[in-house]
Design a protein around this ligand. Structure first.
Ligand code: DGL
Length: 262
């Protein structure tokens, strides 16, 4: 098999990276994709750095064993802890994701920028350096969303629990003008519409809700182009889902893949 006809590998701690995969398929419809969710070990956000590094490398090894031509780390937490080790370990391109603070800074003028992310991502020097580099430290309110990944892994997207969760995370900012909410975890894209609706009903300001998915897949395309790795196929590509956990997660991934998130 020529290198360009190999599949592209995606991984995440669980089902969240499916939101990035959806964008990738829109941009690169003729590519084949392998998606690996490490559901048996989700969430990553509460684990130690060493654990997240080891788990990310195990996901990378799984994708390499499937013969992928590039790896997309569709997980902000894994990226912030393990992207350097992944790039050292593998000779194929490794594309990563980070909270979309840059586009938020470019389009927000007066109100607050609220970044929702896991404990793991917010605690990492990589994220804090990003804020410093963008002179964003003063503009950004960081909100740790403990337990949100687990709710989404349970498929509880349209549930009372989710509505209550969203209400609670924004409650401390009820008097703020909100320009942009950055979804700094790929799982959260599946509640993007719910968050948008909540902000419209309860807040003032521009109330944009953005994620880093588009930027990541555009980077994927650029890298594949540069390396001559884009497929020559003109047929619609195939997606294969794998999970380290129960088969029910494959069903959830397929259901989320069909969901309209924008
Ligand atoms: N989707 C992962 C992220 O983007 C979730 C991490 C977790 O499992 O806590 O950060």
């Amino acid at each position: 098999m020529s290198n360009s006809s190999k599949p592209i590998g995606f991984f995440d701690s669980g089902v969240g990276g499916v939101s990035v995969l959806k964008e990738a398929v829109k941009l690169l419809p003729n590519e084949n994709f392998i998606y690996y969710g490490d559901n048996a070990n989700a969430p990553y956000g509460t684990k130690t750095e060493q654990e997240i590094q080891d788990l990310s490398l195990a996901c990378g090894d799984f994708l390499i064993s499937k013969g992928v031509k590039a790896i997309v780390m569709a997980c902000n937490t894994a990226t912030s802890v393990a992207v350097r080790q992944m790039r050292e370990q593998y000779s194929i391109p490794v594309i990563s994701i980070e909270p979309a603070v840059k586009p938020a800074m470019e389009t927000s003028y007066d109100g607050d920028i609220i970044v929702l992310a896991t404990e793991g991502t917010l605690a990492q020097p990589r994220y804090n350096l990003l804020l410093e580099r963008l002179h964003a430290t003063e503009r950004v309110i960081n909100v740790q969303c403990k337990g949100l990944v687990t709710l989404i892994e349970k498929g509880k997207i349209n549930s009372k629990e989710m509505d209550e969760y969203i209400r609670c995370i924004f409650a401390p900012y009820s008097s703020h003008r909100v320009d942009t909410v950055v979804l700094g975890c790929t799982h959260y894209s599946f509640v993007k519409n719910k968050i948008k609706q909540f902000l419209y009903e309860n807040f003032h300001g521009n109330r944009h809700v953005i994620d880093g998915n588009g930027g990541t897949v555009r980077q994927l395309k650029r890298v594949l182009e540069e390396k001559g790795l884009l497929t020559a196929s003109t047929k619609k590509g195939k997606i294969t889902f794998f999970s380290s956990g129960d088969r029910k997660f494959i069903r959830l991934m397929k259901r989320l893949y069909q969901m309209n998130i924008d």
